[in-house]
Design a protein around this ligand. Structure first.
Ligand SMILES: [Zn+2]
Ligand SMILES: [Zn+2]
Length: 309
């Protein structure tokens, strides 16, 4: 193996990694080790649903058009399958058929598409140039337009009307869903292409409701988040605001008590905030009026809390 010119970079890397173990190589016939085949095999290209011919999403293994991954169409009718009371014959048009149907009328690629199919160029010079620039990286196969990246993936061109479907399936789907922008690019570009795909993906994530809600969640100041209490005033947060300009009664501080469950606030104006005063207020105004406080939360340091106790 060392003497042979290595087949490619990948094998070369393996060879270097294995060298330190000084292995001996034996030839084993393919038929004899079918068990290991699934491990060593290169990732397969996207598979397509036999029934609808929609490509399967690589991540969730569902057809990309959101169709139900059981047999539909004639095969299903024969098998007596019914989906949600609707005859499968009335099922949505397969994803790839939709793509195919939309291509000729798609203004962005219509010139290129016509050229690749019929070898006819538009008369207008700028449009003609456009086709010539793009020609090398595209090809039409089986009525579909594919883009080829240098040494990269074969990307299916998706017409505008179907881009939302692809984005939905690659961002919103339930399993491993809601990837961030960068990850979404990677997933999409492995199989699909359209102009401004990056911009569309970024906006999609930005506008996504669950993602928005996750972004807007305030960062917890306390890393070990406490469980939600089951009763009002079971857990109570206390805080001191001030000093603020002195009131006519000579108060400069606001002592704030808040129930962790209901967010019910109680505020007391005080000239100073000694621990004994805090303890008195907690006892008279909370414990006597509501219930015994099980947990007291404050970010003013443990000394303060110890003094109150
Ligand atoms: Zn997916
Ligand atoms: Zn999202």
């Amino acid at each position: 193996m060392e003497k042979n010119k290595l087949a490619n970079e990948r094998v070369g890397k393996w060879a270097r990694a294995l060298q330190e173990y000084a292995p001996k190589f034996f030839y084993k016939d393919g038929k004899a080790h079918a068990d290991a085949d699934s491990l060593s095999r290169m990732p397969l290209p996207t598979e397509h649903s036999v029934d609808t011919r929609a490509p399967f999403c690589r991540h969730c293994n569902l057809p990309i058009d959101g169709s139900i991954p059981i047999r539909s169409g004639l095969g299903a009718s024969i098998a007596g399958v019914e989906v949600g009371g609707v005859s499968p014959l009335a099922a949505a048009v397969p994803f790839l058929d939709k793509v195919k149907a939309a291509l000729p009328s798609d203004p962005f690629i219509s010139d290129l598409f016509r050229y690749l199919q019929e070898r006819t160029l538009p008369v207008e010079t700028s449009r003609c140039k456009n086709v010539m620039v793009q020609e090398d990286s595209f090809d039409v196969r089986d009525g579909l337009l594919y883009r080829y990246e240098k040494g990269g993936a074969e990307q299916l061109y998706v017409p505008p009307a179907l881009r939302d479907t692809v984005l939905t399936m690659h961002h919103d789907h339930p399993i491993g869903g809601h990837p961030a922008v960068k990850r979404l690019f990677q997933r999409l570009l492995a199989e699909f292409w359209w102009p401004c795909l990056r911009k569309d993906a970024r906006e999609w994530v930005y506008k996504c409701r669950p993602c928005q809600e996750r972004r807007n969640q305030p960062k917890s100041r306390n890393p070990q988040t406490l469980p939600v209490p089951s009763q009002p005033f079971q857990r109570v947060g206390i805080d001191v605001v001030g000093p603020v300009p002195m009131s006519r009664r000579g108060n400069r501080f606001m002592f704030v008590i808040m129930c962790a469950l209901t967010r019910w606030p109680e505020v007391f104006a005080l000239p100073e905030v000694p621990a004994w005063k805090v303890a008195k207020i907690l006892f008279e105004e909370i414990i006597c009026r509501y219930r015994f406080i099980e947990t007291l939360v404050s970010d003013r340091g443990t000394n303060f809390l110890v003094e109150i106790m």
